[in-house]
Unconditional design. Sequence first.
Length: 163
Amino acid sequence: MEELEAELAQLSGKLELARESLKRLRITRETVTEVLAEMEPEMPVVAVDAGPPRSGERVVSAYAGAERRVIGVLTVPNWQPGMMPDVLPSAYRDIVEVVADAPGPIRAKQIVPRIGLPAETGKIEGTRAKLKRLVERGWLDEEAPGLWACSPSSTACSGSCCG
């Protein structure tokens, strides 16, 4: 009986910790939802459809008035025909413009000083991560490992902004 009571006390403690963690997660989700709802309209928000909202959950409008539960925000949208770099966050837009202005494929360490960052390893790696994200989303191509160029299908480099 004493062993069962000890086990019950231990499980009760774990249950209380789990409840507290869940409470913090709910508060965090509410805060993120409020912040996203107040975001500037110029910044694109892409919400992942997570099904119907649960009780007490707020719904936020995303692109084209579609109402969805917000789970994550896609700050770098997938390139689609007609999209220009001005829909990208400024750091990504600067990178696309530098790549577009380059006479050929360019390396991350060449891009970093052109976007106003010091040529430090951390800044180069951060820029490389942004370049990879731009490739994943169709804005740029990686011609060879570490060489970045405009995507032939993207208007990011062939549109009016990039000549």
